[in-house]
Design a protein around this ligand. Structure first.
Ligand SMILES: C[S@@+](CC[C@H](N)C(=O)[O-])C[C@H]1O[C@@H](n2cnc3c(N)ncnc32)[C@H](O)[C@@H]1O
Length: 270
């Protein structure tokens, strides 16, 4: 479905849809996201400068997957010279996120197409020079399969560039769960090697890794920040932790509470 301006390319989407619960948690966070997205902004700015350093053709066709409120979109709009005359397709599975992104960036990116789209089942014809995504792939049902499908939309010489979370993300929270004997639902993050294996034959993959540690006043503050951006439930389709179990985990966290973000920047080149 196209939001406002833009044309929807009539292509049959491959089957694989994200759980409705993922869409609803992020839809609900659209209004608070920007206030809690300090870390996401830092990652997006780093990813945008890595994309800017790629060899881009004139008038590149860009596709963004999982745009949210436009944190990466803005960083790219600031860094990619207007003289390149890029054409933009900006997508997310959550309609309120797309609407917010379009309100924030529609004027800065005249002609950009804003669409609601499930990145795991992209309903677009091939022909992109850059496909990018920041901090969204870890929410996909099967990120490896999705990057295979997205890679297939690249032009020869094109790049898929993403930032996502790797295996050791939030290991301190996992440790607090283990210490308190609570089996909390956990998201299965992929490693750089998993993305390497998922890269289609004939495409090149390279990864850069970085671990960032952030300190919150306590475990509650950590969860409150995650709630603002819609990321407070690791597995939105699973039942939330009962209040008693959650309190047990929070008692097992330190104050201040430092958590690790294990970030993978992945680059696939056709
Ligand atoms: C943590 S936010 C990141 C947003 C933005 N890229 C940023 O860096 O701030 C994750 C985004 O991924 C979107 N998302 C989750 N699953 C998706 C899917 N299957 N297809 C497209 N977008 C998805 C969510 O709706 C949400 O807007």
């Amino acid at each position: 479905m196209a939001i406002d301006r833009g044309i929807l390319v009539p292509v049959q989407a491959p089957a694989m849809t994200a759980p409705a619960s993922i869409t609803s948690v992020f839809s609900a966070a659209a209004d608070t996201y920007d206030a809690g997205a300090e870390f996401q902004r830092m990652i997006a700015e780093k990813l945008a400068s890595k994309i800017k350093a790629l060899p881009l053709p004139a008038q590149p066709k860009l596709l963004e997957v999982g745009c949210g409120t436009g944190v990466l979109t803005r960083a790219l709009a600031d860094q990619i010279p207007a003289t390149l005359k890029a054409s933009w397709t900006i997508t997310d599975i959550a309609a309120p996120m797309v609407a917010r992104c379009e309100r924030a960036l529609g004027t800065a990116l005249p002609g950009a197409r804003f669409m609601v789209m499930d990145g795991t089942a992209p309903a677009l014809a091939p022909g992109f020079d850059v496909i990018c995504s920041s901090m969204a792939l870890q929410w996909f049902e099967d990120p490896g399969r999705a990057i295979g499908r997205l890679s297939a939309l690249l032009n020869r010489g094109g790049h898929l560039a993403f930032a996502t979370l790797g295996l050791n993300t939030f290991e301190e929270w996992q440790a607090a769960c283990a210490l308190s004997g609570v089996a909390a639902p956990t998201r299965r993050f992929l490693s750089a090697e998993d993305f390497q294996k998922a890269t289609p034959h004939g495409f090149n993959f390279r990864a850069e890794k970085a671990v960032f540690r952030r300190t919150y006043a306590n475990g509650w503050e950590f969860l409150r920040r995650l709630r603002k951006i819609g990321a407070h439930r690791a597995v939105p389709e699973a039942d939330p932790l009962p209040a008693g179990a959650l309190r047990k985990v929070l008692r097992a966290t330190d104050a201040p509470f430092t958590v690790s973000y294990d970030v993978i920047y992945g680059f696939i080149n056709r």
